[in-house]
Ligand binder design. Structure first.
Ligand SMILES: NC(=O)c1ccc[n+]([C@@H]2O[C@H](COP(=O)([O-])OP(=O)(O)OC[C@H]3O[C@@H](n4cnc5c(N)ncnc54)[C@H](O)[C@@H]3O)[C@@H](O)[C@H]2O)c1
Length: 177
């Protein structure tokens, strides 16, 4: 399939892009690299558009791309920034999403004609490799951090945060879910 991943250079997106490529899909990433990192992704094997998803050019390119699937992960993910400046947050997360949906209008037509589904997911906090230290699911400032857990919960974690993350990711990578 031809798949567009917005926010593909981010934490979750970079895992998804690798997985889609491994499954043989033709992947395009759209990312403005505001919190994403180009080095999170493989050097080649997919198309990279460094673009803001609110830009008219993004809408034009997405519409012309005729993707089979779009995974929209681009967004303002800094929780403190969303509280400090709700207008900025809404601009990124609401207007960016509207622009992507507008560009993908043809998907609604496909749905009517062929029953193609779409889905909206609300992730719980996600942890793992390439996770930043400021966005959602910030494990380093959460109760999972050893020192904080000890002080606040009077609880002694059995493994370090890094080891726990590594073991959890390895478990889900190998589990047949
Ligand atoms: N990490 C979590 O625990 C968690 C939990 C719930 C929901 N989510 C959601 O999952 C998605 C991905 O989160 P993440 O943790 O990978 O965050 P992330 O910050 O690592 O990834 C977001 C990506 O979107 C890009 N981006 C931001 N604004 C953009 C714009 N205007 N145009 C184009 N690209 C833009 C960033 O450069 C970055 O690569 C987000 O929508 C986030 O709200 C994450």
């Amino acid at each position: 399939m031809k798949v567009l991943v917005t926010g593909g250079a981010g934490f979750i997106g970079s895992h998804l892009v690798r997985r889609l490529m491994a499954l043989g899909h033709e992947v395009t990433v759209l990312d403005n690299l505001s919190t994403g990192v180009r080095a999170h992704l493989p050097e080649e094997g997919f198309t990279f558009w460094e673009l803001d998803d609110r830009a008219p050019e993004a809408r034009e390119r997405i519409a012309a791309g005729h993707f089979d699937a779009i995974v929209h992960l681009a967004g303002q993910t800094m929780v403190d920034a969303s509280i400090r400046d709700p207008h900025f947050d809404a601009s990124e997360n609401v207007l960016g999403t509207v622009n992507v949906l507008e560009a993908a209008r043809y998907l609604a037509l496909y749905q009517a004609l062929y029953g193609l589904d779409y889905v909206v997911l609300r992730f719980a906090n996600v942890y793992g490799e390439r996770q930043g230290d400021k966005g959602e699911g910030d494990s380093y400032r959460s109760m999972l951090a050893n020192e904080k857990a000890k002080a606040s919960l009077h609880w002694q974690p059995e493994v370090s945060l890094e080891d726990g993350l590594r073991r959890t990711v390895a478990y889900f990578a190998s589990a047949e879910l």
